[in-house]
Ligand binder design. Structure first.
Ligand code: HEC
Ligand code: HEC
Length: 195
């Protein structure tokens, strides 16, 4: 049942993404985003533990995640009541608005050795092959550069334990399954400090 529901949501969004009639309205997205700021921060830069920054995420990535929350295929108690309040048009506008914002800047790196380990792990695992060389993400693939470190750890654990399945043919579940705790720590540190 849930699967069917997710499929319907998927189809609806695929249609809306494919329909040139409906142009995204960045100003309307900005107005709607007032209900997001309390958690995701002003201008989409989060100051709160375990809440991701969403500024500078690819338009499609934001849209898909909102659809996944709404369909229940991605679960989060805090996002649940939010997605009940937004429609497809809001989703399209919010995607465009957050994509238009300046992405988060990584903080000063106080452990460059750990970043080096993370960079090696990322190269070995070919993370950039999907997330792009600058880790800015593209289409339905998330931006990782400058994201909060503890949230990156959480996200990788959520994929590894199948708490989160994700789109794109569950690409991340396959990737995260074989990551060690040591690699996850190093990868998150490296990515969080990229500019
Ligand atoms: C009450 C707090 C709260 C509010 C308000 C809120 N969010 Fe979230 N949001 C979260 C949390 C917590 C997560 C992380 C979920 C997880 O760990 O899987 C999240 C995740 C997300 C993600 C996934 C980001 C990623 O990197 O995968 C998107 C997109 C998102 N929120 C968009 C929004 C938008 C748009 C709004 C406003 C319309 C909003 N949120 C309002 C708490 C909130
Ligand atoms: C085959 C393509 C592919 C590869 C390789 C890949 N990713 Fe991903 N990644 C994705 C996709 C697609 C998503 C969005 C999945 C979703 O919808 O949840 C994603 C999402 C993520 C997220 C969640 C971001 C957020 O804001 O919630 C993290 C963290 C992540 N990837 C880290 C990595 C790391 C680290 C590596 C290398 C070890 C890697 N990825 C390799 C495709 C890939």
């Amino acid at each position: 049942m849930r699967r069917q529901f997710a499929f319907l949501a998927f189809t609806a969004l695929a249609l809306s993404l494919a329909t040139p009639l409906a142009q995204a309205d960045v100003a309307a997205g900005k107005a709607r985003a007032e209900i997001c700021a309390g958690c995701h921060g002003d201008n989409g830069i989060s100051q709160t533990e375990n809440i991701p920054s969403i500024a500078g995420q690819p338009d499609q990535y934001t849209q898909w995640q909102l659809v996944f929350f709404r369909a229940g295929s991605r679960k989060n108690e805090q996002m649940q009541p939010i997605v009940e309040e937004i429609n497809n048009e809001d989703i399209r506008n919010l995607g465009a608005y957050f994509a238009s914002l300046t992405p988060p800047k990584g903080p000063e790196d106080k452990d460059p050795d750990l970043s080096k380990k993370g960079a090696q792990a990322a190269a070995g695992r070919r993370c950039a092959s999907c997330h792009t060389d600058t880790y800015a993400g593209t289409k339905a693939v998330a931006r990782l550069a400058g994201q909060r470190e503890e949230y990156l750890v959480k996200a990788l654990h959520d994929y590894k334990t199948s708490q989160r399945v994700g789109g794109g043919g569950a690409a991340m579940a396959d990737v995260a399954y074989s990551l060690s705790e040591e690699e996850i720590t190093a990868l998150a540190h490296y990515l969080a400090h990229l500019q």
